[in-house]
Ligand binder design. Structure first.
Ligand SMILES: [Zn+2]
Length: 159
């Protein structure tokens, strides 16, 4: 992992990035040597676009399974939507390369784009806002993001 990836997210210059991208955003080592790595999975350009809550929520439910499937050699602990609605924070047990996270994200989003049938966990027992979902929206946003093409984004710190 490149030098300079351990900075806090508020040190990132959000004007200097080009979405969609994967960025290594932090690495933490526990006392027994286990490593947790954080990544940004930015889907749309900050301060230009944002994904509406219903499609973003559905992408979250679908990524929980698909990204876990696609990420090999490391364990996805969590994929949580960013409050700004431009992407997801990924928490991973292990130290996968950015390129392998990028490939896993592309494969997972292709499965979101092509998903048919029920949305996993979309009911009042398993979701905190189960009415706020849109599968057509999730599919359309996944398709749009994939068409633009993912890159590995280096951390550009604030000037
Ligand atoms: Zn939910």
């Amino acid at each position: 992992m490149a030098e300079g990836t351990r900075v806090a997210s508020f040190e990132l210059d959000h004007r200097a990035v080009r979405a969609p991208y994967v960025r290594a955003a932090g690495r933490y080592q526990g006392p027994r040597g286990d490593v947790v790595t954080k990544f940004d999975l930015r889907l749309v350009q900050p301060n230009v676009q944002e994904i509406p809550t219903a499609p973003l929520h559905t992408i979250e439910h679908l990524l929980a399974g698909y990204l876990r499937d696609e990420l090999s050699g490391a364990t996805l602990v969590d994929a949580s939507p960013m409050g700004c609605r431009t992407g997801f924070y990924l928490t991973v047990l292990g130290e996968p390369e950015e390129e392998s996270v990028l490939e896993a994200a592309k494969a997972a989003l292709a499965r979101v784009r092509d998903h048919e049938g029920e949305i996993p966990g979309c009911d009042p027992l398993r979701c905190g806002n189960w009415r706020d979902h849109s599968l057509p929206g999730a599919r359309a946003w996944a398709a749009e993001v994939l068409e633009r093409g993912f890159i590995v984004q280096a951390t550009v710190t604030l000037p």
